[in-house]
Ligand binder design. Structure first.
Ligand code: HT7
Ligand code: ZN
Length: 881
């Protein structure tokens, strides 16, 4: 397969001003006629003036250039492109190119291009789906105005949607219906969308800041109308927030969202017609968990925010993906922080970053936020591009301040509205709007790997000074052996033993209003900061709020971490200190097991956690996070020759110790938090449920008559899906007849609800019982299981491979074999989803020799298989390199 390189970018020789699509729907023979009004690109290098259209696996039924039909001998056609030689259009600056082709949506199992989700036609064009629909220069730097006519059987597709505004509709003499849509905003083909089916409509409206009325429409399967209220509300809040926070107003008179059951990813920001995985739209209390609600809110916001960051200003090429994704993730994180608790949201985001992006940056799949080469762009919709991309925006926000950041985005939108931009354009706008030099900062986009920052402090009681030395290094990553220092903000404070904030006056600064929390900028390999007027030995609280995406070696000991856990005024670092100590404990327990010592205890840590639990001033959602110990995945990142059984045993021991030490307060909290009254998905109620369910988790680890029936009782009494699932997950791990009863009752109640059934599959996939793999294998034969629906695959296969750190890694390698078999099976029908399962093996080099060899063997087996999609081939190669 061919490698595409950023360095080889060249502008298109021909642009498209307007495209008229005529699509006549049929499951096996959809006719697509496309008339492109093309113009020579004045910015192109010249010479290469062939007209090259992408078209993947499309038959060419007819081709006209300026009205003249061309014969096959006059053009060049491959399975990927159609080329009209420049000689045929010599001397002409504008040409019209008309093609006709035929496609089979019902046979499209890859879910890219035009496909059928059940009986509903829908599209997914990012990144390269449009070329599976018609011949077109399918690249994001070609922006055109689209006019789309759709014809279909009104009995089967009474709803026919595309981007923009509906400008006409009618009925043909043979009874078929047609509609015509016109999108006045020039856009790249990846933002094209079409939906046609028998769908129910839920309507609302929004008045923009300039007083325009926008019709809001959510289309769902009939029967799901009562599950759209939260999504609609989240949409209206997103629209208002973007006006208030960024001055961005919606630009069309209609905004549509469609929920579909079959979708490879979460959602898609097509202009004026967002298409969503139904999982991120549909919610009511008895079917959706608090996490589902939070994801719906965040993803609705994310796709809506793309209207400016991605659509109005789009990307020049796919290497610039972080330009729209990183910035849009940052905006959706800011939105959710404003809607909910900002510290809790920050902790959750950092947890996700560490769980998904840090391993990526530390392993064979490491790549810069702006990659420089790819074989299959679908493989680069990664945590690095999205989540680390967002962290880079967050650092700019901190370095420039909220106002400076806003000045930068204003300039970026003013300058590039209607254009396809680059990361350089974004950085230039930020730098110029603020009079700052961001050239070193830009390195974050091109240098992969997570910097390690180590800190060491010394206190001089006589001089009342505290000297802080910090040093940064970044380990080599694939293709980047040597690293340079990064420009990063370090938000920090110094606190006394009881958490008292101490003044932060650097040597040479004037006395006066001294802050107790400030941002220092690191640019070199090492820095020394000398703080004066420090009247007692401080504990440094560094990278508050996780102010830069680094691994921090604090140099702090147990006692200091326990003090920060008790009293750091920065909530993020308070949580962080607890996690650091939890990790320390887990590593110690693993060490004890290795030399066959009985597990030691740590009553001080348990007391520290108990104090957090008892603190009336703390948000329950924060307490829930603070009480959870580092995950097994996190520990794998910390050790060499990881042994999943040892990690599991240490985690169970540590949690059991915490549970037995805190049994009384956990039970009291469990009782106190048992919510009465109507369910609300808001952050406060969700936080209380979260803490109660953490308590349930701990208490269920105890072999104690007071706790034994809690999960089964909760399962029976629950009136919302959050509590139901927490109880079911707990029961699924247990050896009790209540387990089978609960699983059967759940299935019976929800067997016709596909989104809830996914939860039933995934809860069994993630069970830590020794027979989990066997259960998963059995479930692949369940009548409700299918490899054709991505959500189901992610729930069962993905749940097992990525969400079951102990049983997936069984020492006989059966888990790895199972995953590889499923990846190979899926590769034949849906390569994108197949490739997204593979990173479950990406940390293979971190495991002990036995597992390492077994994982490697499965990767080699995959890599040696023929034929293999580009998607799976590329990931397997990179994992083995
Ligand atoms: N921009 C969207 C990405 C996406 C996608 C990419 C490749 C294949 C299928 C896809 N579905 C959605 C979603 C987003 O980040 O907003
Ligand atoms: Zn996005």
């Amino acid at each position: 397969p061919r490698t595409i390189r950023l360095a080889e970018y060249s502008p298109p020789a021909w642009l498209v001003d307007e495209v008229a699509l005529d699509i006549v729907l049929h499951p096996d023979r959809t006719r697509v006629t496309a008339r492109l009004s093309m113009r020579r690109n004045p910015a192109a290098a010249g010479g290469a003036d062939d007209i090259v259209l992408d078209g993947r696996g499309l038959p060419l039924l007819a081709l006209k250039v300026d009205g003249r039909a061309l014969s096959p001998g006059e053009i060049t056609k491959t399975d990927e492109t159609l080329t009209v030689p420049g000689g045929l259009v010599a001397g002409r600056d504008r040409v019209s190119v008309e093609t006709e082709t035929e496609i089979a949506p019902a046979a499209n199992t890859a879910l890219e291009g035009l496909y059928l989700s059940k009986t509903c036609y829908c599209t997914q064009c990012e990144a390269h789906g449009f070329r599976k629909i018609t011949f077109y220069p399918d690249r994001p730097d070609v922006l055109a105005v689209f006019r789309t006519r759709i014809t279909g059987d009104p009995a089967k597709t009474p709803v026919m949607l595309s981007n923009g505004n509906k400008v006409g509709e009618g009925t043909l003499p043979d009874g078929r219906a047609w509609v015509e849509w016109h999108d006045p905003f020039p856009k790249p083909a990846y933002l094209f969308a079409l939906v046609a089916g028998d769908l129910a409509l839920v309507e609302d409206s929004f008045t923009t800041m300039s007083g325009r009325e926008v019709a809001l429409q959510i289309y769902v399967e009939h029967g799901n109308e009562d599950r759209t209220a939260y999504a609609m509300d989240a949409l209206k809040r997103s629209m208002r927030w973007d006006e208030e926070a960024y001055g961005r107003e919606y630009d069309l008179d209609l905004f549509m969202i469609v929920a579909v059951s079959d979708f490879n990813m979460g959602a898609m920001e097509n202009k004026g017609l967002n298409i969503f995985n139904a999982k991120y739209i549909l919610a009511k209390p008895d079917t959706a968990t608090d996490l589902d609600y939070a994801l719906i809110e965040g993803i609705i916001a994310h796709e809506y925010f793309h209207n400016w960051t991605g659509n109005r200003v789009t990307c020049r090429d796919w290497f610039q993906l972080c330009l729209k994704e990183g910035l849009t993730v940052f905006r959706d994180q800011q939105f959710s922080a404003d809607m909910r608790s900002a510290p809790v949201k920050r902790i959750e985001d950092v947890r996700a970053l560490r769980a998904r992006q840090f391993p990526e940056d530390a392993g064979p799949l490491a790549h810069p936020v702006r990659p420089e080469a790819y074989i299959e762009i679908n493989n680069f919709y990664t945590a690095t591009v999205y989540e680390k991309g967002s962290e880079l925006c967050r650092m700019l926000h901190l370095l420039l301040g909220a106002e400076g950041f806003r000045k930068g985005t204003d300039l970026y939108f003013d300058r590039h509205d209607g254009e396809a931009a680059t990361v350089e354009d974004f950085i230039a706008a930020m730098a110029e709007a603020n009079g700052r030099d961001l050239s070193q900062f830009a390195r974050w986009y091109s240098q992969a790997g997570t910097p390690v920052v180590s800190a060491a402090g010394t206190y001089d009681a006589d001089a009342r000074t505290y000297t802080l030395d910090v040093r940064q290094t970044t380990r080599p990553t694939p293709g980047q052996p040597a690293k340079s220092p990064m420009h990063m903000p370090m938000r920090m404070g110094l606190v006394g033993e009881d958490g008292t904030p101490l003044p932060l006056r650097l040597q040479g600064e004037e006395q006066g209003d001294t802050p107790t929390d400030r941002v220092l900028e690191l640019t070199g390999e090492s820095h020394r900061f000398v703080f004066e007027g420090v009247d007692r030995r401080p504990i440094p609280s560094l990278f508050r709020g996780f102010s830069a995406p680094v691994r921090l070696e604090t140099g702090l000991g147990e006692a200091e971490d326990l003090k920060l856990l008790a009293a750091d005024p920065d909530p993020f670092n308070r949580w962080e200190a607890g996690q650091r100590h939890g990790r320390r404990r887990l590593l110690a327990l693993m060490g004890e097991a290795l030399v066959q010592k009985p597990f030691s205890g740590d009553p001080d840590f348990c007391e520290g956690l108990g104090a957090v639990l008892a603190d009336e001033a703390l948000d329950p959602a924060f307490k829930a996070l603070a009480l959870q110990m580092p995950t097994a995945h996190a520990i794998v990142q910390e050790v060499t020759d990881a042994d999943p059984d040892a990690i599991f045993a240490a985690r169970q021991a540590l949690q059991a110790e915490i549970a037995s030490h805190l049994k009384a307060p956990l039970l009291a909290a469990y009782e106190r938090l048992s919510g009465a009254g109507d369910y609300s998905p808001d952050a406060a109620d969700a936080g209380r449920r979260s803490l109660r369910n953490v308590a349930l988790h701990y208490l269920s680890l105890l072999d104690d008559p007071d706790c034994r029936d809690l999960a089964a009782d909760q399962f029976r009494a629950a009136d919302n899906m959050t509590d139901t699932m927490a109880a079911l997950a707990t029961l699924t791990n247990m050896e009790t007849p209540a387990r089978e009863e609960a699983l059967a009752a759940f299935y019976d109640r929800f067997k016709d609800d596909e989104l809830v059934l996914d939860k039933w599959f995934s809860v069994q996939a993630t069970s830590w019982r020794p027979d989990a793999l066997q259960q998963v294998q059995t479930l692949t034969g369940h009548p409700a299981f299918t490899m054709r629906v991505p959500n189901r695959v992610y729930a069962l296969i993905g749940g097992f491979a990525s969400g079951n750190p102990v049983r997936f890694h069984g020492s006989d390698g059966a888990g790895y074999r199972f995953l590889a078999d499923r990846v190979l099976m899926l590769d034949k029908t849906n390569p994108m989803v197949a490739a997204r399962l593979l990173p479950a093996l990406s940390a293979w080099k971190r495991y002990e020799p036995g597992r390492r060899a077994l994982m490697k063997a499965e990767l080699e087996r995959i890599a040696a298989t023929e034929p293999l999609s580009k998607d799976v081939y590329e990931i397997a190669q990179r994992l083995l390199a």
